[in-house]
Each structure stands twice: as structure tokens, then as C-alpha cells.
Design a protein around this ligand. Structure first.
Ligand code: PLP
Length: 502
């Protein structure tokens, strides 16, 4: 029997191999592999373990073939899943090997809290945000968790800090609870004002006792992703009401941004300052648009301008940053709010002597935490801002290539609107491409037929109450020269097969 250290070395070598291997052709496992993996899952806990060697073989030979190849496949466009850069993958294995806990900032014992803080400030630099302006920053498990942090900080702020009736400076939701805090502040209602919010924002509102029903659309009727500013003002000025404005920086179906640039963001900022509202940006993948500098992407860059005027920002690491699951990040301007909401109270043994870096356990959800900062740090320093910009440009270029293909096709229609100026349409494409088949019959089956080719994987959604199909490009390895011909061929094949059957 192999020594466990040898086994682990062998396993590590094959993991490294996986990360440097070329893209796989298949996006999903075969039905047989899925059935096999499912049947092979152990039914019951063995009293005597099956042993390390057998377990590793079991994982490799039975279970892993049942995994989706999404992030290792050139043909996966289903969800915004991202991939994993080699530098991030390597670091992620180190994280497991060293099993560090990033909880309390203890600078004389470990560098990990410094590392997390530095990774976050490098990330600020990548996104053209001034790190000194975002003192409350932390890695989370993903954008959903970051949205929970954003709404909870917003909730604390709008009730306690910016309350119009500031009768009591010590009101804190974190301390006395939401009901009492609202009562003392003279607030009857909290509303979250947004346009095309991601479903996780509703989830966050539900978790935090604000309620999913507190989310209200302030969208323009003609362009549902854009703000109706007069309506926003009208809702903000309602007496006895506290508001959080949630900005969708790149919406999941279209990739469109809710705001058009600095001027509009400044108008929203001014309104929110007047009425004591908090601005939260959900930029899970959209915030990455701030990396783009070339004039080819000017429309995206412009839409990202002014997002720095927000109070808090959500971003995802495991999407366009291409680090492994589970990694999201959260930035807020309000250092003081962090501990009012997240302070882990009365645990003297968890105190830090250093006040420069706040202990993660007092500014986020968890106490014990994985060192998910390391893959981010590793990948950022390995490739730098130029490397990351290049990865993103390749992804946007592929998405626009797909969009052009659809615009030129007699059989498909690019959504939401392909009637306008061609250049303008393409300039608005970020990494999502939404479309449908012109033939209603084919359109109903389009997603299934594309998936059935087993050559590319897309996901289905609905647009204007009709089925629609969506490409999401989010892997750092995507490349238009390699990937577009495959997509073109699949779409042509699907149409040809449909026609031959009619
Ligand atoms: C993906 C996504 C989320 C949720 O992110 P998770 O990382 O899955 O928690 C939230 N908002 C937007 C805009 C997203 O694209």
C-alpha cells in the first residue's frame, strides 16, 4: 500500500495536470457517467473506512467522471461560472494543505489577515477603485453573501445614521433589533429600489427581515434595466420611509448595466444623500468591466463609471476573476458600520491588538474562514492588470462575435432588440448574449436541441414571456478563433436538422 504522502503527491501531480490540460470538448458528463457516479455513491457510512487509496480511486474513477466539465470546457456557455487560472488553482491547493483560518487579525502570529487585506486592495486597484476609500472590505463565499452584507450595512445605515428623525445617536439595528430601531427612528417602512435585480437580492432581503416584498422596481417602462429618476425621487421622499437603492451593474439575462455613466450615478448619489439612502451595487460580474480601457469597449467602461459613488459593492471572484469556487468580495466605504453590524461581541480571547486591519470575524458573516484570499492574490500578481484585461477582452470579443453571427443570421434574432444601429448593439454586448430562433416551433426546442448536439452548452431563460437562449462567456481561456467556428457550426446544424424534419 502506498504511503499517504506518496498518494497525496500523486494526486497533487494529477491535479496540476488537470489545470494545465487543454480545454475539454465536452461540457457535460455523459448520461452513463452520471448514472455510474450516482450509483457508486456510498449509501452508508462505513464503520471501517475504505482507506485512503481506495477512496482516492473511488473519487477519481467513479465520482469525478460525473462532474460537469463547465470550467474546463471550451464549449460551456451555460451559466456565468468562470474557470480557474493556473495561478489560482495552485494557490487553492496550498490553501487546503496549510488549512489556515482567517478570522482574527493576529499580526504577530500569522500573515494571513494582512494577505487578505492586501489581496482586496490589489483587487480595488484592478477595478480602478481607490483602496483607501473602501476600508470595509472582505472576501465572502460569493455574490449572494456579498449582497447580504450590502443590504445589512444599508439597513444599519438608513435606519440609524441617516434617519431623518435622529432622536437617538445610539440606535443600532445590530444592537437593539430592526423593530425597535425603526420605532425609535420614526421609520415605518424600508424599501429596496432597483431595476432588474438579481434573484439573490430578494433572497438577501428575505434573510435580513426586510422582506422580498420590500424590493420595488423603479425602472423606465421602455427600458426595464434603466432607472426612472423622477419615480426614484418620488419614492425616496416618502415620509417615514428608509431606502436602499440597489444598482444592477450588468444584468444576468442581457449583460446590460442599470446606469449609463458618471453623470447619472452622480444624480442618483445626490438624491440618496438628500434622503439618507444607501447605494449598493451588485456588480457580481459587471464590476469587472472597470478593467477595460480600450476604445473598443468604451460603452462598457462608460457604464462602469460612477459606480465608485456607491456605498457598497458586490463582486464575484469565482466568475470573471476566474478563481475557484467559493469566492466573492464585498467593499464598503463605511468602516464604522462594519462593526456595528458584524461585531462578534464579548469574546476577549478573539481580540486583536492591531486596529489598522479589522479582524474579518468582526466585519463579515463567518467567524472561522478559509483563506480564499490566496488564490485571488496569487492570480492577481501572476498575471497583473494587463493579464486580466487581456483575458476579459478575449471574453468580450467572443461574446460580440457570437452576437454578430446572430445578427447576420436569417434564422436567429438577437435579443432584447436587434432593430437599432448595429455598432451600438454590439458596443453594448459585455459577456452575455441573449437570442431566440425566429421560427416559433424551433424556438420552443432551441435550448434542448443545442444541448443535444453535445458540442456546446447554453442555458434557457425567458424573454418577453417567450423562451429564449443565452450564451454566457466567462472563462479566461476562451478565444474567438478557436471557439466561434464551433458555435457557428452547431447553430447551422440545429437549423438544418429542424428544417429536414419539417
Ligand atoms: C451570479 C450573480 C449573483 C449570485 O452570485 P453567487 O456567487 O452565485 O452567490 C448575484 N448577482 C449577480 C448580478 C450575479 O450575476
Amino acid at each position: 500500500m502506498l504511503q499517504s504522502s506518496e498518494l497525496i503527491a500523486t494526486l497533487s501531480a494529477s491535479i496540476a495536470e488537470l489545470h494545465t490540460a487543454p480545454f475539454l470538448d465536452n461540457a457535460l458528463p455523459s448520461d452513463q457517467a452520471l448514472t455510474h457516479a450516482r450509483e457508486k455513491l456510498l449509501q452508508h457510512l462505513p464503520s471501517k473506512g475504505i482507506g485512503l487509496e481506495t477512496t482516492i480511486n473511488h473519487l477519481r474513477e467513479d465520482i469525478a467522471p460525473g462532474f460537469s466539465a463547465s470550467s474546463r470546457s471550451s464549449n460551456y456557455y451555460g451559466f456565468v461560472t468562470g474557470g480557474t487560472t493556473p495561478a489560482a488553482a495552485l494557490a487553492d491547493n496550498l490553501v487546503t494543505a496549510y488549512d489556515q483560518n482567517v478570522s482574527v487579525h493576529l499580526p504577530s502570529e500569522s500573515v494571513v489577515s494582512n494577505l487578505e487585506d492586501r489581496a482586496l486592495s490589489l483587487l480595488c486597484e484592478l477595478l480602478n477603485l481607490d483602496p483607501t476609500q473602501w476600508p470595509h472590505r472582505i472576501f465572502t463565499t460569493g455574490a449572494t453573501a456579498s449582497n447580504v452584507l450590502g443590504l445589512s450595512c444599508g439597513r444599519e445605515y438608513v435606519i440609524c445614521e441617516a434617519s431623518v428623525v435622529r432622536s437617538d445617536p445610539d440606535i443600532s439595528v445590530g444592537e437593539i433589533g430592526i423593530y425597535e430601531a425603526m420605532h425609535r427612528a420614526g421609520i415605518r417602512k424600508i424599501q429596496i429600489l432597483s431595476t432588474v435585480p438579481h434573484s439573490s437580492l430578494s433572497k438577501a432581503a428575505g434573510i435580513l427581515g426586510l422582506g422580498r416584498a420590500s424590493i420595488k422596481s423603479v425602472a423606465l417602462e421602455a427600458s426595464p434595466h434603466r432607472f426612472d429618476l423622477p419615480l426614484l425621487k418620488k419614492l425616496l421622499e416618502e415620509p417615514g420611509t428608509a431606502s436602499i437603492v440597489a444598482i444592477s451593474a450588468s444584468e444576468i439575462n442581457t449583460g446590460w448595466f442599470a446606469t449609463s455613466g458618471r453623470k447619472e450615478m452622480q444624480e442618483i448619489r445626490n438624491l440618496c444623500d438628500t434622503y439618507g439612502a444607501w447605494i449598493h451595487v451588485d456588480g457580481a460580474f459587471g464590476i469587472m468591466g472597470r478593467m477595460l480601457t480600450s476604445p473598443d469597449y468604451a460603452t462598457i467602461s462608460r457604464a462602469c463609471e460612477g459606480l465608485e459613488l456607491a456605498d457598497s459593492i458586490t463582486g464575484d471572484g469565482h466568475k470573471l476573476l476566474n478563481v475557484p469556487y467559493d469566492c466573492g468580495f464585498f467593499f464598503s466605504r463605511h468602516r464604522g458600520i462594519a462593526s456595528r453590524v458584524f461585531q462578534n461581541p464579548n469574546a476577549a480571547y478573539l481580540n486583536s491588538s492591531d486596529t489598522d486591519i479589522m479582524s474579518p470575524l468582526n466585519i463579515g458573516l463567518e467567524n472561522s474562514r478559509r483563506l480564499r484570499a490566496l488564490p485571488v492574490y496569487s492570480s492577481l500578481v501572476a498575471y497583473g492588470s494587463d493579464g486580466y484585461r487581456d483575458m476579459l477582452e478575449r471574453q468580450v470579443t467572443l461574446a460580440r462575435g457570437i452576437a454578430e453571427l446572430l445578427l447576420d443570421s436569417e434564422d436567429f434574432e438577437l435579443l432584447p432588440d436587434s432593430s437599432g444601429d448595429r455598432k451600438e448593439i454590439l458596443d453594448n454586448i459585455f459577456i452575455i448574449v441573449l437570442f431566440k430562433a425566429k421560427d416559433e416551433g424551433l424556438n420552443k426546442e432551441l435550448v434542448d436541441r443545442i444541448k443535444a448536439t453535445c458540442k456546446i452548452h447554453v442555458s434557457g431563460t425567458a424573454w418577453d414571456s417567450k423562451p429564449a437562449c443565452r450564451f454566457a462567456v466567462s472563462n479566461w481561456r476562451h478565444d474567438i478563433k478557436r471557439d466561434l467556428p464551433v458555435i457557428k457550426k452547431v447553430l447551422e446544424e440545429v437549423v438544418a436538422t429542424w428544417r429536414s424534419e419539417q
